[in-house]
Design a protein around this ligand. Sequence first.
Ligand SMILES: Nc1nc2c(ncn2[C@@H]2O[C@H](COP(=O)(O)OP(=O)(O)OP(=O)(O)O)[C@@H](O)[C@H]2O)c(=O)[nH]1
Ligand SMILES: [Mg+2]
Length: 209
Amino acid sequence: MTEFSIGRSEIAGVVLAGGRSQRMGRDKAGAMLGAESLLRHVLTRLSQQVLPVAVNADAAAEDVPVIPDRFRGKAGPLAGIHAAMVYAAGLPGITHVVTVSVDCPFFPADLVARLAAALERQSQIAIAASEGRSHPVFGLWPVTLAADLEAWMVTDEKRRVRDFLLRHDVTEVTFPLHPTRASLLDPFFNINTPDDLAEAERWLEALRA
Ligand SMILES: Nc1nc2c(ncn2[C@@H]2O[C@H](COP(=O)(O)OP(=O)(O)OP(=O)(O)O)[C@@H](O)[C@H]2O)c(=O)[nH]1
Ligand SMILES: [Mg+2]
């Protein structure tokens, strides 16, 4: 067993809110869930776990720093993860960055704590999982990987997060389903379409009860 561990003061958080929201038909970050935008839900949940936080998006949003992609076109979530690493690498004392997706408003309240606890080596990446599926945009990444990721994105045109992870030392952390008044909620329930947004409204009610 190694004794590597990181404290919360060494971690920055970034909400991934890039992309085109094609299935939703309009910007997902600004979509309303209950009384607040999806971005506000996710920012609140993340900033309860880690500070500072920023948003990866093209447009200005809320009252937090906005970090745009450096890779344009079909770069996908990896462009956001790369921008997050570069941003966090520039912050004094920060060694890691945690990424979360703007379309996932119910992610676990102990996400950062459990991902950080799972890291045994400085070079390791921790990724969230639930129900037998991994959620590679929910990860805790060493900021020192920025240069490696940038080099890889230039050579690998598909730019899949899962392909990038195959090249690295990754540990998966499984999170349990969350009990609600209705039934068990997968905390990584993900909103892609207007129907998903309507389902999220029902989960929000079930969580409030
Ligand atoms: N930075 C960045 N993030 C992206 C990009 N494409 C998707 N994402 C992020 O990746 C995560 C999952 O993306 P999707 O659910 O496919 O979201 P999307 O691409 O906006 O929506 P669709 O157009 O319906 O696929 C979300 O956090 C998005 O913000 C991109 O080109 N750049
Ligand atoms: Mg997409």
